[in-house]
Design a protein. Structure first.
Length: 207
């Protein structure tokens, strides 16, 4: 597929990663944490409101998408807690209803409450460059805030599976052969919730 016109955002589906152990939060699921009455999962679903379809990798949880939001489905990696590479592999393994898949896949971790501010930058960069892109926040690249060519991820997962599997595989290892362009995003938009101190700093509470 050639470059997408810089004035037209690329068509994309989305994968939201919401299945971690939350060890440093005492096991509290990050997806269920709140900001101003909305869960982090709901906030992340809103961030990808332009997606054709949204797959959440994690436990099925109560979420109330806004009217007109894209279709939402839940899947789990096998075994659970196998890490983000395994989660992406699980999402890609699920056939899309009707067989349609968008050529681009937005990948977001559910614990970045400001991710909605970086999505437009990723869409614009992919439209301009025609390559997979990931957020670079103050020089720190974040592979779990990225817009990938679906074919790039499918190829990377196939190689990893053939080499021994994706369970507990790092994203760096998964993407070793994928050409990904770092894209500067607004400062602080990839900040995530790993600890309760992080949660307090970002205005997150346990509801």
């Amino acid at each position: 597929m050639g470059r997408v016109s810089g004035t037209v955002p690329p068509a994309f589906d989305a994968v939201i990663l919401a299945g971690g152990r939350s060890t440093r939060l005492g096991g509290m699921p990050k997806a269920s944490l709140h900001i101003a009455g909305a869960t982090l999962l709901e906030i992340t679903v809103r961030a990808v409101a332009g997606a054709g379809r949204v797959t959440v990798v994690g436990p099925a949880a109560g979420v109330h998408p806004a009217p007109g939001a894209p279709p939402l489905r839940f899947v789990r990696e096998a075994p659970p807690f196998g890490g983000p590479a395994a989660a992406l592999a699980a999402a890609l393994a699920q056939p899309e209803p009707g067989g349609f898949t968008a050529p681009w896949l937005m990948v977001l971790a559910c614990d970045m409450p400001r991710s909605g501010q970086l999505v437009p930058a990723l869409l614009a960069a992919a439209a301009e460059a025609g390559t997979s892109v990931m957020a670079s926040d103050a020089g720190r690249d974040q592979p779990l805030a990225a817009l990938y060519r679906r074919s790039d991820l499918e190829g990377a997962v196939a190689v990893a599976v053939q080499a021994g599997g994706v369970e507990n595989l790092s994203m760096k290892a998964l993407l070793a052969r994928v050409s990904v362009r770092p894209v500067p995003v607004p400062p602080g938009t990839t900040l995530d919730v790993d600890t309760w101190a992080d949660a307090r700093a970002l205005g997150v509470d346990d509801g």
